[in-house]
Design a protein around this ligand. Structure first.
Ligand code: DAV
Length: 374
């Protein structure tokens, strides 16, 4: 029934009623090659180092796909239209005139690539070479939305060169211990340089007229500047979380649930001076609940904090990973309807329930939730 409807692109935040979403697939997903920007993200001693550049096992792909498909069914039963990307053979070498990497990545986390702001879907630059071509997996969908919605705006951010100039030489040697790492993060000394515009879409938290973008390992200041000039009717704020040893993507760190309510990872607090805009506009920033697990699943480069990587279906309903009892309990107390979704088998492929989705259509319009600016 819904399949016959014409697509509408519209989404201004993470909580308005969700009607149409993209959910990634785990097919052909690789363990990323240890290219210059990926290396500092993979823990010293992680088995992912040995296995870099190899394909994830077929068995693990099947298990992840079973959970991704089940997530899609749960959403469809709640009236949400779900589309899926077209995976490539990610074991291919990827190259441009400037560089070559032994393989690509996958297309489980569309949130990393696609940034929907109102009627626009923007393909992010990305900052890893192995993810340079990932937008291709979403092109069949974007072409279709463009055909079906005469007001849809389809954009692609400037394709980065990603030469050696885009990264700091010898960076990985400077993050060998947790202590060194935390010093660098607190000093906002990340792996990328400022020679070109770089950002992953998942660094951006959309809240109507205001966009909050994490300055970290996959978005540089030039990228945030580009987002600000591109979305010139919006106010773009750079934020950072100095105690996060691996600051990659904002959606396991700072998550908005409904107007006035944010949960913040308690070990990655937003610094005091950056809290002001939330305080003066009467937004509450709560510490997220503790994760239910001590370790992420095997061969996963995300942290246990995928516990807070939730997908809101509307301002009262939130999908949470089914084993995350503490996070579910916190939402219960806040009077949300919690939809438990088993998803740990998919984590290693690129993240949690928020990462694995990208908004196409949520009801609602562009509101000003922060009328008082600092
Ligand atoms: O805490 O590892 C995961 C976000 C992935 N998109 C973390 C961040």
């Amino acid at each position: 029934m819904t399949g016959q409807q014409k697509s509408v692109v519209n989404s201004w935040n993470d909580w308005d009623p969700l009607k149409h979403v993209i959910i990634g697939v785990a097919d052909n997903c690789m363990i990323p090659p240890l290219e210059i920007a990926v290396d500092p993200k993979i823990e010293v001693g992680s088995p992912m180092r040995e296995l870099a550049g190899t394909q994830r096992s077929k068995e693990s792909q099947e298990k992840a796909n079973a959970q991704l498909d089940n997530f899609a069914d749960i959403l469809r039963k709640r009236g949400v239209r779900v589309d899926r990307p077209a995976p490539l053979d990610f074991s291919q070498i990827a190259q441009t005139p400037d560089w070559k990497v032994e393989c690509m990545f996958g297309c489980m986390p569309p949130r990393d690539i696609l940034l929907t702001v109102g009627k626009e879907m923007l393909e992010a630059t990305m900052s890893y070479r192995c993810r340079w071509f990932e937008y291709l997996c979403y092109r069949p969908l974007l072409e279709r939305y463009f055909e079906e919605d005469p007001e849809m705006k389809w954009e692609s951010a400037p394709k980065p060169r990603l030469t050696e100039e885009s990264y700091k030489p010898g960076y990985k040697d400077r993050v060998q211990t947790e202590e060194d790492r935390l010093k660098l993060m607190a000093a906002k000394d990340f792996v990328t340089t400022e020679v070109e515009v770089l950002f992953d879409a998942a660094e951006c938290l959309r809240m109507g007229k205001d966009l909050f973008v994490q300055h970290g390992m996959t978005a540089n200041l030039k990228g945030i500047e580009w987002i600000g000039r591109h979305f010139s009717d919006h106010r773009v704020h750079a934020v950072n979380f100095p105690t996060d040893p691996y600051p990659i993507h904002i959606d396991a760190t700072f998550v908005a649930l409904r107007p006035g309510l944010i949960i913040n990872n308690p070990v990655r607090a937003l610094p005091k001076e950056q809290r002001k805009i939330f305080e003066i506009n009467d937004w509450q920033i709560l510490d997220a609940a503790q994760p239910a697990h001590k370790e992420p699943p095997p061969l996963c480069y995300s942290s246990v904090w995928l516990s807070m990587n939730v997908l809101s279906l509307d301002p009262k309903t939130v999908c949470v990973e089914a084993s995350e009892v503490h996070q579910m309990e916190q939402f219960d107390k806040l009077e949300f309807e919690v939809v438990p979704v088993p998803f740990r088998d998919a984590y290693a492929f690129g993240g949690g329930l928020h990462c694995s989705t990208a908004d196409v259509y949520r009801e609602g319009s562009c509101e000003d939730y922060f009328p008082k600016q600092t």
